[in-house]
Structure formats: structure tokens, C-alpha cells
Design a protein around this ligand. Structure first.
Ligand SMILES: C[S@@+](CC[C@H](N)C(=O)[O-])C[C@H]1O[C@@H](n2cnc3c(N)ncnc32)[C@H](O)[C@@H]1O
Length: 314
């Protein structure tokens, strides 16, 4: 498996940020209308360095900037937790927050914390898989961003959506996943050792479990969209949960359509909803996890007696 996963900024980045902006912006607009959410809790498990992909638009082109700027439009308090595990990247994150948050009206009150009114941004040098949930209350609407450099760095603990679902009133997640970044699909399908297996993503069969950790705890009122590039060697795809009422109005399809043309270039993409189009959803997942040979075998399985010369035996 390749050692380096430093993928930096690519043509996927503006598409990802366009999807993030809509994902978070719609949450704010909905929560402003809905009385039963008292507070918004946003957890960015993979904050990065907060350097804008587009230097002229910090608020739209890095996840900390998107979260901090859209929180300013919320009528309700927002708590934003930014996790970054790499110490050097975390140091850059603090510097870039310090450079950009004051322009949005935030003031620093601790080394790693800023606030504007009742809204707080908090940065943590830690692993997103260990993100704290003690502060979450029953009247909170929780949003989670999981944007690792590739699926092998998936930063959301497998029980995370289950725990959040049991604690909060609402929970939506957005995972940005490259299934073949730096050739990671060369990993074997099954692992050869049996233990320890907790949180392992070393075999591709375990990638199905990561997606299952989101689909298994999808609240009744939500569905999950997978939208991904059709022809893309890194096989980037975006998995996000949305209310079925938005799905049924076609709103999320519009969001995806705009995002994949955000740069003015046309990128071919495909999408499916987990609950509405289960078979298509599973096919899109298979295409991202299985090799061409495995896919061909899935579509045309070799029968157990095929080729044995005994096909006609009584
Ligand atoms: C693709 S970058 C994030 C970009 C950022 N979300 C944005 O849109 O501006 C991925 C970052 O996540 C960090 N990371 C990966 N796994 C992590 C984990 N388990 N916990 C915290 N940070 C993680 C990496 O160090 C890297 O800085």
C-alpha cells in the first residue's frame, strides 16, 4: 500500500466544498425555521489546515471557513468542534483561524477557542475517531463532516452515528471519500489476520462496514445519497444524509448538479439514494470497492460445477 496520502488540492476540491457549503447552509436555513432544535452542534472530524483552496474565498473553500461563516447566519447558538490529528497541520489550523475569524466578527478567548455571541469555534489537536460527545443534548441538531485523504483514513468511529442518534434530536453526516486515492484499491479484499480488528480498514471488505456504520443508524426521516465521479482514477464520492422531504422535492439532486459543474467544467457523475434506490446504491458502492475482475465475477458468477466436465452428469 502506498505510504503517502498527501493528496492536497485537486479538481475534486471545489466540488467537495460546493457540496459542503450547501450541506451546512441548508442545515442553518432549516434550523432557523424549526422550533424544536435549540442548538446546532457541528463536528469536523478532519479539519485540515484551514488554508483556502481558493485564496479569495476563505468562507467557501476550506471546511473550517465554511462552518465558521455559515454559523454566523444561524438564529440559534452553534458549537463547532474542529479535529485535526497532525500536530503541524493543527498549528497551521490555529494560525489560519486566528488570521481569518476576526473578519467574521469572532473574538479569541482561549488559545484554541473563538466566539461570536453564543456561537463558539473550538479547535482540537486530536483524532476525530475519539471526538467528544458529552456536551451533546437532546435538543441539539448535529452535523458531522468526515473528509479524510482517502477511505483508509475514515475518521468517524463506527459507533459514532449510533451514539449521536441516541443523544441528539437530529444527526446528519457528510463523508467525502476517495476509494482509490494513491492506488489504495490494491489492498486485499479480505484480511489475513483475524485480530485485532476494531477500526481496521486495511482490507476492502471492511470498507463496506464503514458505509454500513452510516446506513445502519440512518434515522427514519433521512435518506443517504452517494454521489460520485463516473470516470475518476481516485474514485471520489460524497455520501450525505438528507431529509426524505428534500429528496422527494429533488432539492439534493439540484445541489449535486450545481456542485459537479461548480468550476465551469463538466464532470460526469452518478448518484443513488440508499433507501429509495437500494440496488443502484449497492451497485455504485460495489463499483468503488471491488476491482474490475471482482465486479465481473459478481455480475457473472462462476457456477460451482462449471468447467468440471461434469455439467451433463446425471
Ligand atoms: C482532506 S484534508 C481535510 C480538508 C478539510 N476538511 C477542508 O475541506 O478544508 C484531511 C485532513 O484530515 C486529517 N485527518 C485524517 N484523519 C484524521 C483523524 N482520524 N482525526 C483527525 N484528523 C484527521 C489529516 O491530517 C488532514 O489534515
Amino acid at each position: 500500500m502506498p505510504k503517502s496520502m498527501d493528496v492536497g488540492i485537486s479538481h475534486h476540491t471545489p466540488i467537495k466544498h460546493a457540496i459542503m457549503c450547501e450541506f451546512v447552509g441548508k442545515e442553518v436555513r432549516a434550523a432557523n425555521r424549526l422550533g424544536w432544535f435549540e442548538r446546532l452542534v457541528w463536528i469536523d472530524l478532519t479539519a485540515g489546515n484551514a488554508i483556502a483552496a481558493n485564496p479569495d474565498a476563505w468562507s467557501e473553500s476550506c471546511s473550517p471557513g465554511i462552518l465558521a461563516s455559515l454559523a454566523a447566519f444561524s438564529d440559534k447558538p452553534v458549537v463547532i468542534d474542529l479535529y485535526e490529528k497532525n500536530p503541524d497541520t493543527y498549528a497551521a489550523l490555529l494560525d489560519n483561524l486566528a488570521a481569518n475569524l476576526p473578519a467574521l466578527g469572532y473574538e479569541r478567548f482561549e488559545e484554541h477557542k473563538w466566539r461570536i455571541g453564543a456561537t463558539e469555534v473550538r479547535a482540537w489537536n486530536g483524532d476525530g475517531r475519539e471526538a467528544g460527545v458529552d456536551h451533546i443534548r437532546r435538543s441539539d441538531a448535529v452535523l458531522v463532516l468526515n473528509d479524510p485523504n482517502g477511505i483508509t483514513e475514515w475518521a468517524m468511529h463506527r459507533r459514532f452515528t449510533a451514539v449521536l442518534d441516541s443523544k441528539a434530536k437530529g444527526i446528519r453526516t457528510l463523508s467525502c471519500v476517495g476509494f482509490n486515492v494513491a492506488g489504495i484499491k490494491r489492498a486485499p479484499f479480505q484480511r489475513d489476520q483475524h485480530a485485532p480488528r476494531t477500526d481496521s480498514v486495511s482490507a476492502r471488505s471492511e470498507w463496506y462496514e464503514l458505509i454500513g456504520s452510516v446506513t445502519d443508524y440512518l434515522p427514519e426521516r433521512l435518506d443517504l445519497m452517494l454521489a460520485g465521479f463516473t470516470r475518476d482514477s481516485s474514485q471520489w464520492a460524497y455520501l450525505f444524509s438528507s431529509p426524505k422531504v428534500w429528496r422527494d422535492k429533488g432539492e439534493e439532486e439540484e445541489v449535486i448538479g450545481k456542485a459537479f459543474t461548480a468550476t465551469g467544467e463538466v464532470h460526469d457523475y452518478e448518484f443513488a439514494w440508499f433507501k429509495r434506490d437500494r440496488e443502484k446504491f449497492n451497485r455504485l458502492v460495489d463499483r468503488r470497492i471491488l476491482t474490475k475482475a471482482e465486479l465481473a465475477e459478481l455480475e457473472n458468477p462462476v457456477l460451482p460445477f462449471e468447467g468440471s466436465g461434469e455439467e451433463d452428469a446425471a
